[in-house]
Structure formats: structure tokens, C-alpha cells
Design a protein. Structure first.
Length: 277
């Protein structure tokens, strides 16, 4: 193991996107070994290669990011979203749409799930929902935009049968998301550490950022959560993964406890600008 080279690369990755490999250098080595062999470079040399060939970051991001996801993941939270949160915005119209940001959307299963849930809620006219779905991995975004998934993939492990028939077109080996759902989602390539996210997407009413913070250390989590806070309108909601929590941090969010889920609401108070890490 090229320990010094791996540490250097881990530092570059952390600075670029906040993913923390410092405690798991062997995992980083396993993810990039094939690429290093292909380029004929050592890990140390690869760090220099990234500096002179910045487009290589796209390839590296494809190698190191985890894209495990599926439709209707964590159903308890989705039920809270559909039955409790969405009715609070039922007055939205195409001229004043409900804006939902799905951060780290991977291959698209989550934003399409949200689009389906808003349709099924029956509260909104066409054009009253705007879903922004972002990820740092350009390759999975291409798959997400196509909206085509293999029938044997894990994507459909919790998909209700009636929803599958209603919102997907069946081909021989694949299902395709119907255009009426695909057109509700605007896919964009975004880095959650980008300090200009608000300028790029505007403010939103609801943010889903699930199963992302688990890959960050405390410092990066604070940075990302502050960006999420800034992007949310006052009174807006932040929904994280079931294994993630920002409760107890000075973030400006209040915790909402439901019978089978918890999530966060942006209050009037601003978070502390000088957070301790």
C-alpha cells in the first residue's frame, strides 16, 4: 500500500467533495487500483495527474461514490412527506410552484419516487411541482435522465405493483419511467460543498438529502448542512436518512418527531456562524 500517496489522494478528495477516506484508506485503494493500472501511475503520481487533468475528477467520482438506492426507500418517511408535509403546500400553482430539491439523487429513483408521490397525493395541478435532482456523479445522472431500469435490479425491491403499472412502461427487460413523471424532474450536476448552490438552484421548500452525510466527517457535515439551511425557505423541511441526525448541532433546524420517523424544519433563528468542529 502506497500510504503516503493514498493520504495525499484522500486529502484531495476531501477538499473537493467532503467524502472522508482517512479512516479507510484500504477502501480507497480498492476503488482506484484499476484506474491506476490503466493509467500506469502510482497513487502519488495520480494526485499530480488530477491537478493537471481536472476532467479526471469525473472518472474518480464515478469510482468512489456509492450509488445504492431504490424506489420508495424508507417508506415511513415518505408517508410523512405525502400525508403530512405535502398538504401544507396544497395552494401552490404553476405560477408559484412547490420546489423540492433532491440532493445526491444518484440514478434517479428517489426524485422519481417523489414525483409519483406528489401525483398520487392529488393536491396539485400540472406544473405546480418543481423537483430539482442533483448529484456530483455525472455518469449516474445520465442514467437518471434516461429513466430506464432493469427489471431484475434492486431498484424495484419495494415498488408497489399498482404504482409500477401506472407510472412505468414495460419493455422486454426494462421499465421506463413515463414522460409525465420524467418531465417533473430537473437533473443537475452539483457538488454539495459548492458555496454557490443557492445562486445555482434558488431557494426551495423541501430538501431530501438522504444517506449522504454518513460519508462526511463532522466538519464537512456542518458545511453541507449550512448550505442546505441557506437553500431552504423559512418554514421549509429537511429530510435525512434514518441513520443520520443533526439533532443537537447548532444548525437552526428544529426536529419534528413523527410516530415512525423524524425530520427537520427551518425556523426563524439563524445558526451559529462560528461552529465548533
Amino acid at each position: 500500500m502506497d500510504t503516503f500517496g493514498l493520504i495525499q489522494l484522500a486529502e484531495l478528495i476531501y477538499e473537493y467533495c467532503g467524502i472522508d477516506f482517512f479512516r479507510n484508506l484500504s477502501s480507497l485503494e480498492a476503488k482506484i487500483s484499476g484506474r491506476l493500472k490503466e493509467l500506469g501511475l502510482s497513487c502519488w503520481e495520480y494526485g499530480g495527474y488530477l491537478r493537471v487533468e481536472p476532467q479526471e475528477w469525473d472518472t474518480l467520482i464515478e469510482l468512489i461514490t456509492v450509488n445504492e438506492t431504490y424506489f420508495f426507500r424508507e417508506e415511513n418517511l415518505l408517508e410523512e412527506f405525502q400525508k403530512v408535509i405535502l398538504p401544507q403546500y396544497k395552494d401552490r400553482t404553476p405560477n408559484y410552484p412547490l420546489r423540492i430539491w433532491c440532493a445526491a439523487c444518484s440514478s434517479g429513483e428517489e426524485p422519481y419516487t417523489l414525483a409519483i408521490l406528489t401525483k398520487e397525493a392529488g393536491l396539485f395541478e400540472d406544473g405546480a411541482i418543481e423537483i430539482i435532482a442533483s448529484d456530483i456523479n455525472k455518469k449516474v445522472l445520465q442514467k437518471a435522465k434516461r429513466g430506464i431500469y432493469n427489471k431484475k435490479s434492486f431498484s424495484f425491491r419495494t415498488m408497489p405493483e399498482e404504482i409500477l403499472h401506472k407510472y412505468f412502461i414495460s419493455f422486454e427487460e426494462e421499465y421506463k419511467v413515463r414522460d409525465s413523471i420524467r418531465e417533473m424532474v430537473d437533473f443537475r450536476c452539483l457538488n454539495l460543498l459548492d458555496e454557490h448552490i443557492v445562486q445555482k438552484i434558488g431557494t426551495v421548500d423541501i430538501i431530501f438529502c438522504r444517506n449522504v452525510l454518513i460519508y462526511f466527517d463532522k466538519k464537512a457535515i456542518h458545511k453541507v448542512v449550512r448550505s442546505l439551511y441557506d437553500a431552504l425557505k423559512t418554514g421549509g423541511y429537511l429530510l435525512l436518512g434514518h441513520a443520520e441526525t443533526i439533532t443537537g448541532m447548532d444548525t437552526g433546524f428544529e426536529t419534528i418527531y413523527a410516530p415512525s420517523a423524524f425530520y427537520y424544519r427551518k425556523g426563524e433563528r439563524h445558526p451559529c456562524s462560528s461552529m465548533e468542529y
